[in-house]
Design a protein around this ligand. Structure first.
Ligand SMILES: [Zn+2]
Length: 287
């Protein structure tokens, strides 16, 4: 570690309804809501935002609703209601996704009295639309976005589209200033991007080192749920779809567990209702 960040805030942008099998290899068809959250970090360089939620355009898209429905049905979609632990709860349980009113990233930043232009940097774990939705807004605000080089190449390769969770407007705006990463990189004092490919070819996790609470390891979709980490089960879907992608996902899970052991860090899965509720920040943030 070469630096320490000052504090962090957990911003809940919304939620999405998905089958367990998308989060856990071999998981059930049971449908449940998974929170969409970002991490806002106060650093010596300024404010840094990690992951940006789903855009208003994607939330309101009928094609996107249909893509979520098709994904759920592909796994057998068990509609048995699953008890929710989100605050706030998604207002319409019949929809597939929900986000804060207006531009969800702007609305979430406003809860801590910030606007996109107050950020010095953002980073996205990968280009699935539930993480990259804020990128066009960041482009308009002049905020650079860190991303793994392979992720941008894959999203633009033509191999994947909306049915696979890639929403082209998120990564097509020529005004976006990408900061493309090739390896583990400290992107701001106390904020390190960790390469964790598998779920997607350029997937990143993030480690945030704080002065009082130590290391926080945000795994994003390398492990959606605490159960991935408890039972050492890889993510349920690999966008690349090859055996090599599955091996990479397996190695990334090991890497996250190793980093946590070495740093005595807190592993925070990317879409777990219980954990997301448990890490709600106190007034003034986690320090
Ligand atoms: Zn994803």
């Amino acid at each position: 570690m070469t630096g320490t960040a000052r504090r962090l805030f957990v911003l809940q942008y919304g939620a999405e309804r998905v089958g367990k099998f998308l989060s856990l290899r071999g998981g059930s068809a049971r449908l449940g809501w998974e929170p969409l959250f970002g991490v806002l970090v106060d650093t010596e360089d300024g404010w840094v935002l990690l992951d940006t939620g789903m855009s208003r355009a994607a939330l309101d898209s009928a094609d996107n609703q249909a893509a979520y429905a098709a994904a759920a049905e592909s796994g057998g979609a068990d509609p048995t209601p699953v008890r929710g632990h989100l605050r706030p709860e998604p207002p319409d349980p019949a929809r597939w996704n929900w986000g804060l009113a207006g531009d969800p990233m702007v609305a979430a930043l406003a809860t801590v009295d910030l606007a996109p232009a107050d950020l010095v940097l953002a980073a996205v774990s990968h280009l699935h639309l539930d993480h990259s939705g804020g990128v066009p807004t960041l482009a308009r605000a002049g905020v650079p976005v860190a991303l793994h080089r392979h992720e941008l190449e894959f999203a633009r390769s033509g191999a994947v589209g909306l049915a696979d969770g890639f929403h082209a407007p998120d990564f097509s705006d020529p005004a976006t200033t990408w900061q493309l990463l090739d390896e583990d990189t400290e992107i701001a004092p106390g904020v390190t991007a960790l390469t964790t490919p598998g779920h997607t070819p350029g997937h990143l996790s993030f480690r945030v080192d704080l002065p009082r609470t130590g290391s926080w390891i945000f795994t994003a979709d390398a492990t959606d749920l605490a159960q991935n980490l408890l039972d050492r089960v890889t993510c349920g879907s690999c966008a690349g779809g090859t055996a090599a992608d599955e091996e990479a996902a397996d190695a990334s899970l090991d890497k996250l567990l190793t980093v946590a052991a070495q740093t005595h860090g807190r592993l925070i899965p990317g879409h777990d209702q219980i954990v997301t509720a448990a890490i709600a920040h106190p007034p003034g943030g986690h320090r």
